[in-house]
Design a protein around this ligand. Structure first.
Ligand code: HEM
Length: 344
């Protein structure tokens, strides 16, 4: 049954069926804002859909990610290492490599820096209580960074630079946050690190469990375009409806739990997904319908590689990180202590 969050407030859908219904009925429920928090006024303004990435694109992204992680290895030691910071370079370059086959390495690295610049300038836009107006300082800074990126993409011969800029930003910001969640969660759980070192097939289980407990894109907002019903409940046109992968990820029935011998649903248990009959992802961490994530396979491969790389270190955090929900979900602080394994 959908839950209204206060009078006149948004409505949260609470079941998988209703969530899929909202995401799949893309004529009845539209995405209200683009990534810069500008209202989408017509289909013409809507983001051009990015097709799912090819195997070749994912492979290109993975090669660059592993080179970049190798480069980070020497500096990945000491107290208070900021995991969000460490992953910025590797992930941005990896996603740029996947999405920009036309760019050489120098162009790709420059574009990756411009993507990070746009993401940084978007942060205060997204975190502001109301979308900032056109001529405010933060809007001007954001607009300048966006144009620099779009111009840079056009210069390397990219065909749809606007759409590509959006895909690059989505495909950089979200895996960085997800990767930082994986590393900070591992740092709080030495026993999971030990299990991972003994059995590398658990890597993907750690990834899925992190995406279940801390999906970076934890709220998917939609606006109804006409009077609609969800789960039998009538909603007027222009209602805001929220689908939440975070809430779905805690639903019994979608996730194997203690009755099947696994840890309670609030705990990170990578063994949950060892049995091929238990299909991960039912909680929609990559969305569903026309706006579902085209970078799903790249994102999963990047996270798998990041967790595998991190299992070569001893990660430690004295307490669980807090949550920064100002633009998706990110750990805050995202810092951990890192020691080389050989020192033990
Ligand atoms: C762990 C990694 C990732 C997660 C958890 C994730 C999650 C999501 C989710 C939940 C959506 C749907 C948003 C909605 O319905 O409102 C989405 C959309 C999108 N994602 Fe990802 N994503 C990830 C990685 C990537 C990567 C690597 C790319 C690079 C291509 C990417 C590009 C996009 C784009 C362009 C959209 C918008 C699709 C549209 O509106 O048509 N994402 N992502």
């Amino acid at each position: 049954m959908p839950v209204p969050l206060g009078p006149g407030g948004p409505t949260l859908v609470t079941t998988l069926e209703d969530s899929k219904d909202v995401l799949v009925r893309s004529e009845d429920f539209v995405v209200p804002f683009n990534v810069s928090r500008e209202r989408i006024r017509s289909d013409r303004d809507a983001v051009k859909h990015t097709p799912p990435l090819s195997r070749e694109a994912v492979a290109r992204g993975l090669v660059v990610l592993s080179e970049e992680l190798d480069r980070c290895t020497a500096g990945f030691a000491g107290p208070d290492i900021d995991t969000l910071d460490v992953l910025r370079g590797p992930v941005s370059r990896s996603t740029a490599a996947a999405l920009l086959p036309e760019a050489d390495a120098t162009q790709r690295d420059r574009i990756a820096d411009l993507v990070l610049g746009w993401i940084d300038s978007l942060a205060p836009v997204i975190a502001a209580p109301r979308p900032p107006r056109r001529w405010t300082r933060i809007r001007r800074t954001e607009s300048r960074s966006r144009h620099l990126l779009i111009t840079g993409l056009a210069e390397v011969g990219c065909e749809h630079p606007r759409a590509r800029a959006t895909a690059l930003a989505a495909g950089t910001q979200v895996p960085i946050a997800a990767g930082a969640w994986s590393l900070t969660q591992l740092a709080c759980r030495p026993h999971v690190q030990t299990a991972l070192r003994a059995d590398s097939s658990l890597t993907l289980g750690v990834v899925w469990e992190t995406l279940r407990l801390f999906p970076p894109t934890w709220l998917l907002p939609r606006v109804s375009t006409r009077d609609v019903r969800i789960g039998g409940v009538p909603l007027p046109a222009y209602s805001i409806v929220l689908v939440s992968p975070l809430a779905l990820g805690r639903l019994e029935g979608l996730v194997p739990g203690p009755d099947e011998g696994f840890a309670p649903l609030a705990e990170l248990d990578p063994t949950r997904w060892r049995n091929p009959d238990h299909r991960p992802g039912a909680w929609l961490p990559f969305g569903a319908g026309v706006h579902s994530c085209p970078g799903r396979s790249l994102g999963l491969a990047q996270l798998d590689a990041i967790v595998a790389w991190a299992s070569g270190f001893d990660l430690w955090a004295s307490r669980a990180p807090g949550i920064d929900a100002s633009r998706g979900l990110a750990p805050a602080p995202a810092t951990i202590d890192v020691r080389p394994l050989t020192r033990r």
